[in-house]
Design a binder for this molecule. Structure first.
Ligand SMILES: *Cc1c(COP(=O)(O)O)cnc(C)c1O
Ligand SMILES: [Zn+2]
Length: 411
């Protein structure tokens, strides 16, 4: 499926495949359009995929770039784990965890940056930039360092310290903006008009967004070229959520998969839930909010792909739900204690939403559910602070046995 043009999602006007993101006719968002799938034998496409590298580049036939530049960090090909103990807790039979914390900078953002960087390199940019809620800054700084590009990353000044440190280490130009993510994004849109930089999620956004499709491709391949029945995934701008659906649709069209697309359930934090609010109010567009939640990686108050996320949830019979900060903390612990996977607050949002759906009876016991864990727990340690206590003892057997009895007496 060779990429053919950039195309407006609203009025379908087409543009060349360069660094642009907004339609000149209607101001709608642009996306990559591909030539109609050829009549290639699905088994032949599968063989090409299976002979590819253990990274998202094994799906190059479905991406707008054929190969990464030399020195690129490999991203993708993360584990899909069957989580029977978690399923048991939830009264379900088949739950899978796609663990995208297992990427080079420990979040799914390595996927989108890989594709945006490869296209930026092809277009001749020497500087990569982004407006970030945290994880994107980590990924841009690291991937730019690996490929030998300059980088500028713009973050809200109140970001988690772990994410700031894990970004600065790569030698990027780290710009902390006193404002919300939406302020950062507005500023970066202005800067992108003044500087010839590749802003991965602004002027490179159509390519960036394609990276998220690889989450669907990997899931389907890891399930033996089969579809899940239901997807639970977090929503910030809504790009990840809607592009997972696009990935499954493209493989259905290419004959790599059979059946019907899964039901899509979106997950947001109550403290920043413009899409969940619009869903429950029956609206087609989202009213912007000012975020206040521990799930900072999802704290986008004015989500660009909100209307598409609403449409996806509605047409697949799903929903978009929100969970409280306390439920997010519980979700983190539930996942850790049933699967051994420690996720950041965004994963807590996803697991807490999955639990909410199960409790509400929205999920049939026999469904095959895939939950997307998009980031690593070490990035948001504050979310688990104070939820347990270490035994404080002297280095003696006696002290240990005493502590043991004390704890047993309380339990
Ligand atoms: C960026 C991000 C998301 C979702 O982002 P979208 O803007 O909706 O594509 C989800 N989880 C984590 C951890 C993220 O960093
Ligand atoms: Zn248009």
């Amino acid at each position: 499926m060779p990429p053919e043009s950039l195309r407006c999602r609203e009025c379908k006007t087409t543009y060349p495949l360069d660094a642009r993101y907004v339609c000149e006719c209607c101001f709608g968002p642009l996306e990559v359009a591909y030539a109609a799938p050829t009549a290639a034998d699905p088994d032949e496409i599968k063989r090409r995929i299976q002979a590819g590298p253990h990274s998202l580049w094994r799906y190059r036939d479905f991406l707008p770039v054929q190969a990464p530049p030399r020195g690129a960090l490999p991203a993708g090909w993360t584990p899909l784990l069957r989580a029977d103990r978690l399923a048991g807790e939830l009264g379900l039979r088949e739950v899978w965890i796609k663990n995208d914390a297992a990427n080079p900078t420990h979040s799914f953002k390595d996927r989108v940056v890989s594709v945006a960087l490869a296209r930026a390199h092809e277009l001749g940019f020497d500087t990569l930039a982004c407006a970030s809620t945290g994880n994107l800054a980590n990924a841009v700084a690291a991937h730019a360092a690996a490929a030998g590009l300059n980088s500028y990353v713009f973050i809200p000044a109140d970001l988690e310290e772990q994410k700031v440190l894990a970004t600065g280490v790569y030698g990027t130009n780290l710009v902390a903006v006193r404002g919300t993510y939406d302020d950062v994004n507005r500023l970066c849109t202005e800067i992108s008009g003044e500087h010839e930089w590749a802003f991965v999620n602004i002027n490179m956004r159509p390519y960036y967004a394609e990276g998220s499709k690889t989450l669907a491709f990997e899931t389907a391949e890891q399930l033996g070229f089969e579809l899940p029945d239901r997807v639970v995934a977090p929503i910030a701008s809504g790009s990840l959520f809607t592009k997972i659906a696009r990935g499954f649709e493209e493989w259905l069209a290419a004959g790599l998969l059979e059946g019907t697309p899964p039901t899509f359930n979106g997950a947001q934090a109550e403290g920043c839930s413009p899409v969940a609010s619009a869903f429950s109010a029956g609206h087609d567009i989202c009213r912007p909010v000012k975020p206040d939640t521990i799930a900072k990686s999802l704290a986008i108050g004015n989500p660009a792909d909100g209307p598409y996320a609403l449409d996806l949830a509605r047409r697949t019979g799903g929903s978009i739900d929100s969970v409280s900060d306390e439920e997010i903390r519980e979700g983190i612990r539930l996942l850790a204690q049933t699967t051994g996977i420690f996720t950041e607050t965004a994963g807590g949002v996803t697991v807490a939403t999955l639990r909410k759906l199960a409790r509400r009876g929205d999920i049939d016991r026999d469904e095959r559910v895939v939950a997307y864990i998009t980031g690593e727990g070490l990035k948001t340690l504050d979310a688990v602070r104070g939820t347990f206590e270490a035994w404080q003892i002297e280095p003696t057997l006696e002290s240990f046995e005493q502590a043991s009895q004390r704890v047993a007496a309380i339990a």
